[in-house]
Design a protein around this ligand. Structure first.
Ligand SMILES: NC(=O)c1ccc[n+]([C@@H]2O[C@H](COP(=O)([O-])OP(=O)(O)OC[C@H]3O[C@@H](n4cnc5c(N)ncnc54)[C@H](OP(=O)(O)O)[C@@H]3O)[C@@H](O)[C@H]2O)c1
Length: 334
């Protein structure tokens, strides 16, 4: 069993823990919270036996007794928390987006080189789903690639608070957040997992009053085709995402949730090809990470592939931000 610690006590951590328990590969041993009381409250909300789980309020206590940590804190905190994990010999499973910029990624890469037994994962749950792998395999067989239009636009539960004058974590540059880093990351991950790193990028955001991006359109330029990515946190979109061949098209209900995948073949036939997703969309990633942690030598190639993809996504998000002149405090901290 992988002894697991967690950082972050919001709903996404509860969902990851449910997935981790389902895999039977992890055992929760330690909850980190800034507040003992909040950590205990979170613990008592969990639906499995937590009798032997400790609540701690310092990272050094957290990293003392775990093999791996799941980090689901505001984005700008990922770097420091993952850094200390790696220095402590603890594998880090970090929520998307992994880090704020390529400078942070490079520092972590250097650190990993001096801790070769420690593994780093970005929890980009959708690319681990069977339906995502299906899309990848159909695109691979398309006679000609003509790009994609990818959409992920969802009204944020925190936007009401923003409109009321607050500055929630997910809508502030202070925490390396905003539409691109919070939701755009899903379609951008999908594009890069399928087509590789783009040759050039451009981002046209709509900025909110505090300078963070509330929604926007990104273009990823490849040789011979483009990928258009539409995302946002200030309204809902019900558009599907599409991947284009010559006469064939894949249509996906939602590029992050992947509930349905429809293949329109060259003859115009409509085929529903996707499988029904599991109830918890994090089970597959939790299982993939456990497989690698339990046998890193056997799964070395797959691990490297995920890490390289994470690096390309990190660079692409940064390049997109630069094209729109959006700077995060994390870019200038040294
Ligand atoms: N994969 C997915 O589907 C998915 C979904 C949602 C979010 N996420 C990712 O998960 C991460 C967390 O997102 P979230 O919306 O849950 O964030 P959040 O609610 O703002 O914060 C998550 C946790 O971090 C701690 N925290 C909050 N503010 C903090 C601060 N100022 N300083 C230090 N710690 C703080 C809190 O735990 P304590 O108070 O207990 O310390 C809180 O429970 C993000 O990276 C996000 O992108 C992923």
């Amino acid at each position: 069993m992988i002894k697991l610690g967690i950082i972050g006590t919001s709903w996404i951590t509860a969902m990851f823990l449910d997935a981790a328990v389902q895999t039977k590969a992890y055992e929760l041993t330690t909850v980190y919270s800034r507040s003992q009381e909040k950590g205990q409250k979170f613990l008592s909300s969990l639906a499995f036996n937590t009798e032997n789980v400790d609540v701690v309020t310092t990272l050094s206590d957290l990293y003392q007794n775990v093999d791996a940590v799941y980090i689901a804190s505001p984005n700008a905190l990922h770097f420091e928390q993952a850094k200390v994990a790696i220095q402590s010999g603890v594998h880090a499973i970090v929520e998307k987006p992994l880090f704020s910029n390529p400078a942070e990624f490079k520092q972590i890469e250097n650190l990993l080189a001096t801790h070769p037994d420690v593994l780093l994962f970005e929890a980009a749950r959708h690319v681990h789903q069977p339906n995502f792998k299906l899309i990848q395999s159909i695109v691979k067989k398309m006679p000609k690639l003509q790009g994609a239009t990818l959409v992920y636009q969802k009204y944020s539960s925190r936007y009401d608070a923003y409109l009321a004058g607050e500055e929630p974590n997910v809508l502030t540059k202070k925490y390396s957040a905003g539409a691109l880093y919070d939701l755009g990351v899903y379609p951008i991950y999908a594009a890069l997992a399928i087509y590789g790193a783009p040759n050039a990028v451009q981002y046209l955001p709509t900025l909110l009053r505090n300078g963070v991006d509330g929604n926007g359109v990104a273009n990823l330029f490849y040789s011979g085709f483009n990928v258009t990515v539409i995302f946002g946190k200030t309204s809902n979109s019900y558009l599907s995402s599409e991947f284009y061949g010559l006469k064939d098209t894949i249509s996906v209900s939602n590029i992050a949730e992947l509930e349905s995948v429809i293949y329109h073949d060259s003859a115009g036939q409509v085929n529903s090809v996707g499988a029904k997703p599991e109830n918890n969309p994090m089970v597959r990633e939790a299982q993939d990470f456990a497989n690698i942690i339990n046998d890193p030598i056997e799964n070395h190639a797959e691990y490297n592939q995920w890490l390289q993809l994470a690096k390309q996504v990190n660079q692409t998000l940064f390049d997109l931000r630069q094209s729109a002149e959006i700077e995060f405090p994390a870019d200038i901290k040294e």
